[in-house]
Design a protein around this ligand. Structure first.
Ligand SMILES: Cc1cc2nc3c(=O)[nH]c(=O)nc-3n(C[C@H](O)[C@H](O)[C@H](O)COP(=O)(O)OP(=O)(O)OC[C@H]3O[C@@H](n4cnc5c(N)ncnc54)[C@H](O)[C@@H]3O)c2cc1C
Length: 496
């Protein structure tokens, strides 16, 4: 087991992309195998030492930033144990980089569906946050692909759960820990919104217990090994950026793709089968222009989309897309298309410049990242979009909106440049949260709650919802040592 104490080497473990300050811990512990990890947890539990689990540190909500205790890093759990085209699945340790899983899958003719755009995240981190990416439009979030988890509980016990083996119900909420021991999971009373969702613990009558540990943000267990289903690699992917002079045209274009893909009522004459449908507002285009001066002048918005294509089908497919773009007042001149993998990869990197540049702006400003991650039901999406537009008109402040418009899920980043603007930015974000919740949405569709969004989660589920989650935590981690202040503030634990 490696132990790091030197401030020069531990500092980087006390940060993530949220830019929250003040993270600190006595030491960073890096076990080299599950036996070491289990003994470390047993000792930490006996001594009631808080433990913050560290993945790749790309999270945006401060959830891996420790405030006391010890940091546990999974960086030595970095082996791809098995990956075969026959089983259409990979078995990986939790510290494997997303980039490495993606590469290994592709070499086997398979496809890692979750596709979070940040490649330096650990696979364990993506399970702990239920991450998703641009292609979740077709494939859904990480949760859907997790078949088995091996974990170490707070007291050092090793637990393995396979999806589908048993369910938790109100009449029988027992989770079997092995060796004849079972604990009762107090199933909560809140009801999750019917949208893409990564806010708080998964909860449903008749749920698979594995789902409790996906999106738990390091509060219930240490995930060490994951069996992840993979998909068949598409024969080809057609991808394109369509730029629009009017943002409402880009919204209508996206809505038509969404409906054609079976999300809502389909209209007869449009394309189905898109992998991703991503939106960029005018301010996001300004960022993209810094990376490519070719971004067409006068564009108010853009939509990036990808579609799986069979070999030789590029021509007819691209024609269909063009018809749709023209129908919504786009033009051939203002559309970029990628017919081969290399250009498609460049498009993906180009798109990735947006969150990276925003994170740079936030870092330089010295203020905490203020962004929302709201998804609302499709019928209420245009209402939400109008609310964003009206709010920024009435209360101008630097902002960038981009993200997964196909799933009615956008990232609104508000970028304050002074303390006065920070107060305004907080207020503006809160108004978006209230609106999103009132429209039946979630306060976090993919990034989780971490340490920066407790108030948002309380607005969504009420204080009782937070207490219900704290009860689940106490059932699995009675000494409350794992991931303190993630999802709900630690003081809720005494009310649970
Ligand atoms: C530029 C950029 C782009 C991004 N794009 C996307 C995107 O497209 N989609 C998306 O969903 N997110 C995105 N993110 C956010 C981030 O990449 C994801 O949340 C990712 O899943 C975090 O993984 P990580 O390994 O970096 O976790 P960390 O930041 O290290 O940790 C996140 C949380 O997971 C817990 N954790 C980590 N490992 C384990 C484990 N083994 N067991 C239990 N708990 C654990 C930590 O304690 C913490 O609570 C982006 C971030 C950046 C900076």
């Amino acid at each position: 087991m490696i132990i790091k104490k030197d401030p020069g080497t531990t500092k980087s473990y006390f940060e993530d992309s949220s830019n929250i300050k003040g993270g600190h811990a006595g030491e960073v512990v890096i076990p080299e195998n599950i036996k070491e990890l289990s003994s470390f947890m047993t000792e930490a539990d006996d001594q009631k030492t808080p433990v913050t689990i560290s993945g790749g540190g790309t999270g945006t909500t401060g959830s891996r930033v420790p405030f006391g205790g010890k940091v546990l890093s999974l960086e030595k759990f970095n082996n791809v144990i098995d990956l075969s085209a026959g089983s259409m699945a990979a078995v990986v340790e939790a510290g494997v980089l997303v980039e490495d899983l993606k590469g290994a899958a592709e070499r086997a003719g398979l496809f890692y569906t979750s596709h979070p755009t940040e490649r330096t995240a650990f696979v364990g981190g993506t399970v702990a946050t239920n991450a998703s990416g641009s292609r979740s439009f077709k494939y859904g979030s990480t949760r859907k692909y997790v078949k088995r988890l091996r974990m170490v509980l707070a007291n050092g016990r090793i637990l393995e759960i396979k999806r589908g083996e048993r369910m938790l119900t109100k009449s029988d909420p027992r989770l079997d820990l092995g060796g004849g021991i079972a604990i009762e999971i107090p199933l909560p009373s809140y009801v999750m919104p019917n949208v893409k969702n990564s806010a708080g613990y998964f909860a449903k009558e008749g749920m698979d217990p594995i789902d409790l540990f996906i999106g738990q943000e390091g509060t219930l267990s240490v995930i060490t090994e994951i069996e992840m289903a993979l998909a068949k690699k598409p024969a080809g992917i057609f991808s394109s950026f369509a730029f629009f002079k009017n943002e409402s045209d880009s919204w209508a274009f996206s809505e038509e793709i969404r409906k054609a893909s079976g999300r809502g009522q389909a209209s007869a004459d449009v394309i189905s089968g898109a992998l991703s449908v991503e939106y960029f507002d005018k301010n996001a285009l300004e960022i993209l222009r810094e990376h490519s001066p070719d971004v067409p002048d006068g564009s108010e918005a853009a939509v990036f989309f990808e579609q799986e294509i069979a070999e030789g089908a590029e021509g007819p497919i691209s024609e269909k897309w063009l018809d749709l773009i023209l129908k919504h007042n786009g033009s051939l001149d203002d559309t970029w298309a990628a017919m081969n993998e290399e250009r498609a990869r460049r498009f993906t990197e180009f798109r990735h410049n947006i969150p990276e540049t925003i994170n740079d702006i936030v870092r330089k400003s010295g203020f905490q990242k203020l962004s929302t991650d709201i998804a609302v039901p499709p019928d209420n999406f245009s209402n939400m979009m109008r609310f964003y537009a009206t709010t920024f008109k009435e209360r101008p402040i630097r902002h960038v909106i981009f993200g997964h418009i196909g799933e009615c899920h956008l990232h609104v980043n508000v970028l304050p440049g002074s303390s006065e603007e920070l107060a305004k930015a907080k207020d503006v974000c809160l108004s978006f949260i209230r609106k999103g919740v009132s429209l039946g949405g979630t306060v976090s569709a993919e990034h989780g709650i971490g340490k920066t969004r407790h108030q948002y989660l309380e607005l969504m589920y009420g204080r009782q919802g937070l207490i219900d989650m704290a009860r689940i935590k106490k059932a699995l981690d009675p000494n409350c040592i794992l991931g303190l202040d993630n999802i709900f503030p630690r003081n809720i634990l005494s009310s649970a």
